[in-house]
Design a protein around this ligand. Structure first.
Ligand code: SAH
Length: 345
């Protein structure tokens, strides 16, 4: 019966080995299957040519191979490629390839939709439908890596968890996917090239530090004033800035990794002296840098990016306080592939 078959990609290497052993077969067969699935990215048992017919039939009678498919691909004038990715249950997430002259970055999703309610983000309108499995996250990276090689003749240099969803609300699966991305028998990428972006969940930031993760951390801060932050990121009522800061100090203490604060400046929301001073004060409490990001407007929103003079004031004040600041211009805007614009349009 089709429905009763398990997704073979949910099995660890050890479980694959045990499967063959329990059928009286050599354990190295498990390792071979693992390599077909994860190193060679094969989605058909019949392509696993170093297995005998008997092995393949046995696998087919027990398992199916779930995998993602590119549903729609859109290319931006600036080279950015947005993929609508169809999952085995027909839900759709988005993954983006962002090329610059020096790097090619994959922006991947961790959930279908999102349970957070940031007023400025398009994904918030989708609600959270489900978490992605480790292999569904991993597959996005493999797919984007293939696109990078095909279109830019080079493999991915960086991966950011900045697509749909809140990665720390799907922590276990995100971590498992990163394990495969960094595993020499998977993609073998350095964790230093991976950044997880979170809206800021203190308990989970501490957990990451305890788990001694090796990747980088970015926090979507957007305001260092509690009353302002709550207004644009309502869930922040549950996670006061004070608590967030303590968790970030804990993170730094154990990882020695500087934190990146993502920050958008909006007219009439966080464009005063007081807002700038609050950010400076916050940044001085934990080793960090600020990434000012361009606001990408979303449907039905009246929010507007602040004038260049305000951004300049942010940049000058931060720099004067010796806080590193960069201003990131958006990519892929013409195809709604920019930050916060992923909403399965
Ligand atoms: N939930 C995670 C990761 C997804 S959002 C997080 O919040 O960090 C990835 C980044 O896009 C975040 O920094 C988010 O604040 C930003 N973003 C969301 N909506 C945006 C918009 N409309 N314009 C620009 N950036 C946006």
């Amino acid at each position: 019966m089709e429905d009763s078959k398990k997704d073979i990609r949910a099995l660890s290497k050890e479980e694959l080995i045990t499967f063959f052993e329990s059928h009286g077969m050599a354990s190295f067969r498990g390792k071979q299957v693992y390599q077909w699935l994860w190193q060679k990215g094969v989605h058909d048992f019949d392509l696993m040519t170093n297995l005998t017919l008997e092995h393949r039939e046995l696998l087919k009678s027990h398992f199916e191979i779930n995998h993602i498919r590119i549903d729609v691909q859109q290319k931006s004038k600036d080279g950015t490629i947005k993929n609508a990715i169809k999952l085995h249950d027909n839900l759709v997430v988005e993954s983006v390839l962002i090329p610059t002259s020096t790097r090619t970055t994959a922006c991947v999703s961790s959930q279908v939709g999102c349970s957070l309610d940031c007023t400025f983000c398009a994904t918030a309108s989708l609600k959270r439908m489900r978490n992605l499995n480790p292999d569904e996250i991993y597959d996005q990276v493999v797919t984007i890596n293939q696109q990078s090689i095909y279109y830019h003749q080079r493999p991915l240099s960086n991966i950011v968890f900045m697509g749909m969803g809140e990665p720390l609300m799907n922590y276990k699966n995100v971590l498992a996917s990163i394990e495969k991305i960094t595993d020499p028998e998977g993609l073998g990428m350095s964790p230093k090239r991976i950044t997880l972006s979170t809206s800021g969940i203190p308990k989970m930031i501490r957990k990451m530090a305890d788990d001694k993760v090796k990747f980088g951390l970015a926090v979507s801060l957007h305001s260092a004033r509690q009353e302002v932050r709550e207004q644009i990121m309502p869930f922040a009522q549950k996670f006061p800035l004070e608590e967030l800061l303590e968790s970030l100090q804990y993170w730094y203490e154990f990882t020695k990794k500087r934190i990146t604060f993502e920050y958008i400046v909006w007219e009439g929301i966080n464009d005063t002296r007081e807002d700038i001073q609050a950010l400076v004060k916050f940044c001085l409490k934990v080793p960090s840098k600020v990434n000012l990001i361009q606001y990408n407007s979303i449907d039905n929103s009246t929010m507007k990016q602040a004038a260049p003079a305000i951004l300049d004031a942010y940049i000058k004040t931060l720099t004067d306080s010796r806080i590193q600041v960069t201003y990131r211009r958006s990519r892929g805007e013409d195809i709604d592939a920019a930050c916060g614009q992923l909403a399965n349009k």
